[in-house]
Design a protein around this ligand. Sequence first.
Ligand code: ATP
Length: 465
Amino acid sequence: MDSILSLSKRRGFVFQSSEIYGGLNGCWDYGPLGVELLRNVKEAWWRSMTLRDDVEGVDTAILMHPRVWEASGHVAQFTDPMIDNRTSKARHRADNLIEDFIERLRKKGKNDRAAAIEARLESAMQPADFHAIITGEEIPDPVSGTTDWTEVRYFNLMFKTYVGPIADDNSAVYLRPETAQGIFVNFKNVMDAARQKPPFGIAQIGKAFRNEINTKNFLFRTREFEQMEMQYFVEPGSEDRWFEYWREQRWNWFLGYGMTSDVIRLKPHDKLAHYAKAAVDIEFQFPFGWGEVEGIHSRSDFDLGNHQQFSGKKLEYVDTVTKARYTPFVVETSVGASRSFMAFLCNAYREENVGGETRAVLKFDSRLAPVKAAVFPLVNKDGMPEKAEKIYRDLQKSFKAQYDDSGAVGRRYRRQDEIGTPFCITIDGDTLNDDTVTIRDRDTMDQVRIPSDNVKRYIAERIER
Ligand code: ATP
């Protein structure tokens, strides 16, 4: 993780937000390479979701009518239990504190005790339930080591702000904690405007905000992040089939972009919400352990049903021929753009031994790679820079390319390996005689010689799968 963090900053993938002021916890900025990678991840998702007949895209507002969050259950229930240690003043999520303790017990082989606490945690609902576990098990504060705990309180994760000049209860709104509600409230608009009927879906990519109690692990848990969500509206009774379909689609999407089945796994939820029919997470093996990157949920008509009730507007599908009407059930796929950015970054990172030296390389799928090609003149004379520049300018019209003429070619390769550039083109003495160049492959490090006119097609064929 440390190597990835330092590479991220050094090469301009991710910077801490407001760094010159000491940073703002839980917020990150994407640098020149990070923004390319993030855009490519989002583009990959967008293409797979919307280049089909049955899914439409939207981009809805971050601020929504406050009743939306009452109907969705977020005002009442989007809370985490929090506890403070009086000695260190450290604040923790009570459930995470207990989970970490269980993990430590398991590492020490105390499996029975761990299982017993886990069972109590599963059924914990009230603040007092969490408090009883923490004090009863004498779980120490990781910072001070003491057990001097406050009571447990529930804390709502939504950021509140105000519309208009007067900050009072009537003007309060929330920054959306998920993008899904913008889709639910537009269900009928989209169905009618796009002339869709179930089964069909609505997809959206956008910012979401959660006032997380603890932010940690780089981009994994942040207060501002991006989600890529798709709600698929189906006829009641067909939801199990669609749940399986989307679980498979989403699993294959990760595999298609370079993950393997030993770094991702499917984790069905042990505990289901009362309205849910099925839920599974796709988890990635981060350097700090397994963590959710995506949730796939079968949510019945809970969301549309609640919005009908709160808004008084019908959110139904009516068959024009049979006149049959129903409120569709929803199967949703919800993935973090920022969290999967981090998963793709970790997945790509390798340190390899090449001729006794360590080469750090990001083995991105070429469609995700922030820079697709780099062009090097072997030396800065004999017409090589002019030729190299011409090839570079031509490539740059179609995809992100870099020009590098400083230092030995080996060092230039290393610089490109480190940012995951799949192809490096070198212009050398032979180029001036026969108009051929070498193209070196990032992963195999093999070089081939091809006519310079073919460079663009050669690269395009390999990245536009
Ligand atoms: P967690 O249990 O990790 O808090 P969650 O189950 O609350 O996540 P969802 O509400 O299902 O997450 O959100 C869907 C996706 O949005 C997650 O799989 C994750 O990729 C992303 N996500 C949620 N919260 C955050 C966050 N604080 N920072 C970054 N990404 C997040």
